[in-house]
Design a protein around this ligand. Structure first.
Ligand code: FES
Length: 101
């Protein structure tokens, strides 16, 4: 679905995505890692419909990319660069909760 540019760094980092190790190019955003390397390409579910949602704008505008990163909920995955050992989980919404804002 997504193709990686040839100029992306040949250096890689290992992050933990949904409890599983995932090796991705250093310097890309967490959203790019999810889109390009995770099998399911989504980062959260809609609070209202429960449908899977995926990063969309990749510039910090749409908030479709909210994820739990290193234990912090509601992080915009498109604005955060992957780091070695980073833990990334899909954002889970609990009953009555919106997006924390
Ligand atoms: S993908 Fe739109 S804010 Fe991150």
């Amino acid at each position: 679905m997504y193709k990686q540019h040839a100029h992306i760094s040949s250096r890689h980092v290992c992050i933990e995505y949904e409890g599983e190790p995932m090796t991705v190019p250093a310097g890309i955003s967490v959203a790019a890692a999810v889109l390009g390397h995770a099998a399911d390409h989504h980062c959260r579910s809609s609070v209202i419909s429960g449908e899977n949602r995926a990063p969309y704008c990749l510039i910090g505008v749409c908030h479709e990319c909210l994820m739990e990163i290193d234990g912090k909920p509601y992080q915009q995955a498109c604005l955060i660069t992957v780091q070695e050992g980073m833990t990334v989980r899909k954002q889970q919404f609990k009953g009555g909760e919106t997006n924390g804002q």
